[in-house]
Write a protein that binds this ligand. Structure first.
Ligand SMILES: CC(C)(COP(=O)(O)OP(=O)(O)OC[C@H]1O[C@@H](n2cnc3c(N)ncnc32)[C@H](O)[C@@H]1OP(=O)(O)O)[C@@H](O)C(=O)NCCC(=O)NCCS
Length: 197
């Protein structure tokens, strides 16, 4: 990787798509990392897969995949966190996306998970969901997390339950009834926060 240097202080100027720290979280088997434009092929294949997208709006095309990546990156710029790329550490393969999500108008901060079928039922979603939950509660001081889940998406409901969420209600997401699974930070886990006037 070539890195241009800044004459003023010799700090390297990051290349486009490799801006700063790219690893956001690691678990024993997984890494959550920032998006790059080079993720387009993997992401386009994922969002075109009817099995993966059965309960998350249905398959979409490559141009939409590019726009989604841009929105994930923009969401991180605006909020400091987003739904990021999940990498299997042992193989280095991209296996999905997961993280925190709250576009304008959303009913709360969502912890979400979408993985490729080849890695389902190995506890990956639970592993990354727990890590994201802990990061949200303990590091970011987010007081409450939710997951909006299609009522027939039993695997995702199970993941939500395994990370400690319970059914809190229902929400109409783009015209489709979803269940709200949620949990609050335990009071001892919630750091004191000081807000500047
Ligand atoms: C939902 C999803 C992320 C789960 O990922 P995963 O890595 O397989 O999840 P885990 O292995 O951590 O846990 C899955 C749990 O669901 C259970 N499960 C799987 N399929 C199930 C089904 N059809 N009915 C009931 N439970 C099911 C598993 O047995 C496991 O529970 P257990 O540990 O008690 O046995 C994955 O299926 C996926 O990516 N689906 C497509 C995208 C999606 O729908 N994302 C969620 C949007 S809300």
């Amino acid at each position: 990787m070539s890195a241009l240097s800044c004459p003023a202080d010799e700090r390297p100027i990051p290349e486009v798509g490799d801006a700063g720290r790219v690893t956001e979280l690691t678990t024993s088997r997984l890494e959550l990392r920032r998006w790059r434009e080079a993720d387009l092929d993997e992401h386009a294949a994922m969002i075109a897969d009817p099995q993966i997208n059965r309960y998350v709006g249905g398959p979409t095309d490559r141009a939409s995949a590019w726009r989604q990546i841009a929105i994930f990156i923009g969401h991180r710029e605006l909020r400091g966190w987003t739904s990021s790329v999940v990498v299997e550490r042992q193989s280095g393969r991209v296996v999905g996306r997961a993280g925190l999500w709250q576009p304008e108008g959303y009913p709360g901060v969502e912890v979400g998970w979408i993985l490729k079928p080849g890695v389902w039922n190995q506890g990956y979603a639970t592993e990354i969901g727990q890590a994201v939950r802990d990061y949200a509660f303990d590091t970011l001081g987010i007081p409450h997390l939710l997951s909006l889940i299609h009522p027939d998406n039993h695997a995702s409901i199970r993941v939500a339950q395994k990370i400690g969420a319970t059914l809190e209600g229902e929400y109409d997401l783009n015209g489709t009834r979803h269940l709200i699974y949620g949990q609050s930070a335990r009071s001892q886990d919630t750091p004191e926060r000081t807000f500047m006037p």
